[in-house]
Every structure is written in C-alpha cells, then in structure tokens.
Write a new protein. Structure first.
Length: 113
C-alpha cells in the first residue's frame, strides 16, 4: 500500500481526474493524470472484475504495480495518477507487463529517466 501522502483516495479527486485529466494508453494500461497543487505524486490503481473475476489475481496485479511505483517514486512528476489495467494484462508475464508500463510512462514523459 502507498503511504498516506501518496494515496489518491478521495472520490472527489478521482472523479475530477476522470473528468478533466489527460490520458495515455497502450495494450495493457490506461493512465489518466492531472496536475495537483502538491509537490508529490499521488496514485490509485484500478483493476475491474472485467479484467479478472478472482480478487486474489486482481490484488496481485495491484501489488506488482505498487511495488514498481514505489521503486520509481522519485522520478514521477508531481501529479495525480489513475492507473487502469486492461483485460490483456492478465495474459502476460509480470516482467513484460512492467516493461510495457515503464515504456508507456517514458514515452508520455510522465517519468523522468
């Protein structure tokens, strides 16, 4: 789990990002983001039951992404992020999934090298 300051948990904030935020996507992910007035990045990860019916698999995917984000936290721009997994993500290997996520962030300049 993210530390409290890096969590995007308020419903109002999440709805605002969905309404006014920008988005980038690839085969496995959609990342919606919007600037915040803080000096830190805040995150939430969404894995719907359409992706996988079993909660254990959905939670595993969230844990994998959270760990990746924690490792690269200092490289993210100070914005609010919603990371949405697509159904194709279940069928790929963990390493390929993380590589795809990393490429998406680099190409969209959300992550600094």
């Amino acid at each position: 789990m993210f530390s409290k300051q890096h969590r995007l948990a308020k419903d109002k904030d999440i709805k605002g990002i969905f309404a006014l935020g920008r988005s980038v996507f690839n085969l496995f992910f959609t990342v919606k983001y919007a600037p915040n007035k803080l000096e830190i990045a805040r995150f939430t990860i969404v894995v719907s039951t359409k992706v996988f019916k079993k909660a254990t698999k959905r939670n595993r995917l969230k844990r994998i992404l959270r760990e990746f984000i924690k490792l690269h936290l200092s490289k993210f721009r100070a914005e609010d992020y919603i990371i949405i997994l697509k159904p194709k993500a279940v069928q790929t290997q963990e390493q390929a999934l993380l590589q795809s996520f990393y490429q998406l962030l680099l190409e969209s300049k959300l992550l600094q090298q």
